[in-house]
Design a protein around this ligand. Structure first.
Ligand code: SF4
Length: 352
């Protein structure tokens, strides 16, 4: 009977995002990492609790508020997911991609390796992504390209994840050339959606209203360059519009599992961002939203260490949360739901 209920109510997910560690070896200026409480790696035993549910998803993305390569069990985790026939990827700062690591990732047939950038010049990137070095990252990615060629491997597909800020936007036009040189398949440009300190407010493109037309036309030009080079180019709009009716993230077809096993709808509600040990607590980390300091409410609908993911997915509170963000929900019906407090002060709830 339990198995039957699990089967009929099981989630159909595009991806499960799993935070394999909350430790990091870098100190990017925009990251809330220094504000996090106790850091830890996800134990393999906890990761294994996800096994029965991998059938519900196509992609397992091993990423959270830390550097995945710091967890020594990362390779075992990738191997387990691949053995289940899943696509697997993660985002890294690129500093730990030494030869042995790259060979192991290629041999494991990792699908996506996304590398974070915040500039195409060493001075800009290194200033923003403190503790990392663009020259070393490029050397590591050149090595990835060579090893893939030696092994005649097509994977992992290299993605470049560029965080667009007002002090690195001028270097963005160089990113297609860099991507081509490194053999990347895709460039993903995102906005600073979580502003942990007031001083970073001007870095968010959507806060630079005077320059928005320019940002848009530059991005359109780069998209054209990328097309001509056969590169996929995805970007978030740098223009902040009026409040949307729902979140721009894929809330109804994905979930995030924190390093402690807590299941949340997105990384911004992950309890990892809470300085306290409590869940759904009122004491939370702050974020800057429209020049105001507002709380960032952690939200967990259950823990995979003690509960079944299907049951967590079908909890009344989680269903209500998803219904609120579901494009299928009619406007009139939405007005009957309380607006989730975690979302009202989130830039993903705007049209960016
Ligand atoms: S709007 Fe809500 S669900 Fe969407 S990213 Fe923000 S906090 Fe998460």
């Amino acid at each position: 009977m339990t198995k039957f209920i699990d089967k009929v109510g099981s989630p159909e997910l595009d991806w499960i995002q799993v935070e394999v560690t909350s430790h990091c070896n870098a100190a990017c200026i925009y990251c809330p990492q220094p504000l996090l409480g106790e850091k830890q790696h996800m134990p393999l035993s906890l990761f294994k609790q996800l096994f029965p549910y991998l059938g519900y998803t196509c992609l397992v993305y091993l990423q959270g508020w830390g550097e995945p390569l710091l967890n020594r069990d990362l390779f075992a985790m990738i191997k387990m997911c691949k053995a289940k026939g899943k696509r697997v990827g993660f985002t890294t700062n690129g500093m730990l991609l030494d030869e042995e690591t790259v060979r192991r990732l290629v041999d494991l047939d990792l699908d996506i390796l996304s590398v974070s950038l915040a500039g195409t010049s060493r001075s800009t990137h290194n200033r923003i992504r403190k503790g990392t070095d663009l020259a070393k990252i490029i050397t590591n990615l050149d090595r990835l390209r060579q090893i893939k060629a030696q092994k005649r491997a097509l994977r992992p597909a290299l993605h470049l994840a560029y965080l667009m800020l007002s002090t690195n936007f001028h270097e963005l036009p160089e990113v297609t050339g860099l991507a081509k040189r490194l053999g990347a398949e895709q460039i993903v440009c995102s906005n600073l959606a979580l502003i942990p300190q007031e001083v970073l407010g001007p870095e968010a493109l959507f806060n630079r209203r005077d320059k928005q037309h320019r940002f848009v036309s530059v991005l359109e030009e780069i998209a054209g360059d990328a097309r001509r080079e056969n590169l996929l180019f995805n970007y978030s709009s740098p223009v902040l519009q009026e409040r949307s009716e729902r979140c721009s993230e894929n809330i109804c077809y994905s979930c995030v599992v924190s390093v402690k096993g807590e299941v949340s709808p997105c990384v911004f509600t992950s309890p990892t961002l809470s300085q306290t040990a409590g869940i759904n607590c009122d004491k939370a980390m702050n974020r800057i939203f429209q020049n105001r300091q507002v709380p960032l409410y952690p939200l967990s609908f259950g823990n995979i260490g003690t509960e079944n993911l299907t049951r967590i997915w079908n909890k009344k509170e989680y269903l209500q949360f998803k219904r609120f963000h579901d494009p299928e929900t009619k406007k009139g019906d939405m007005d009957t739901f309380p607006r989730p407090r975690s979302c009202v002060n989130c830039y993903k709830y705007f049209k960016v």
